[in-house]
Design a protein around this ligand. Sequence first.
Ligand code: CP
Length: 323
Amino acid sequence: MSESVSLLGKDLIGLEPLSRDQIVTILDTAEHFKDVSERKVKKVPVLRGKTIVNLFFEASTRTRISFEFAQKRLSADTVNIATSASSVVKGETLVDTARNLEAMRIDMVVMRHASSGAAGFLAERIPSNVVNAGDGRHEHPTQGLLDMLTIRDHLGRLEGLNVCIVGDVLHSRVARSNIFGLLKLGAHVAVSGPKTLLPVRMEELGVQVFPRVEEALEWADVINVLRLQLERMKAGYVPSLREYNRFYGITRARLDAAPRDILVLHPGPMNRGVEIDSDVADGPNQVILKQVTNGVAVRMAVLYLLAGGTPEIAHTVREVEET
Ligand code: CP
């Protein structure tokens, strides 16, 4: 493994600063790592000797566990820190926490934090690689990448597709990473939801706005359905969850009325019966658990590339392991 500057730079904080080529490299490298998770022995030695800390200041099921699986499948040594059981609760700052971890000679930190900008703030202050696992409303880059990989798997391309993000876009770091990534890869991007849950000036980013979800479904090849982030809402953004479902919920009837088959994604966790009905969440159009499976491969690719790996070596690892 090369110790020189990685193809992605030192850290992965968001998709906004990445080039189209860097995003394609991550997706293509993830393709090479997919089959590691299908083998009897789910392990390759490419991060042997590396120590990675998962520092989660917010709850997570998919992201935290799939980062840990990705690290273990690349043979890294991993430590999970539940901040509720750490000295953070005694008032220790983020930077002091990270510096103490660095004193134990770590190589990378994967961090989720409630504050937008927290991952970038940390990345500027420690020499270890920092991977943003979601910071406030800012970005959730590995979620954006796994969403793009899943769309590409199922529709064969991203360029020229109409992708609509439906729901609570205002509070969503997933929406921002999807928008930045999809636009760079040539997709047409739209958002749909109640006015109170859509950021202003979306058009300036090159994003179309559909105030009515039915219009969005007439236009879309793909929808990415977001949950209402009730934990980030201080005021009443929607009159009631029942009303939200009535006007914006993705229901079987709404999908059946659309002019074409629409691929349905949801980053999870889902609020069934609110933003998505169960017959859609478990139905034939959705690829929700495939997103989760792809999350492991995408996170393997990101960790591997940040550690100085190259796409060519990923290919070699695959061939060596198969023979
Ligand atoms: N999609 C996502 O970030 O899920 P978790 O909050 O469970 O990690």
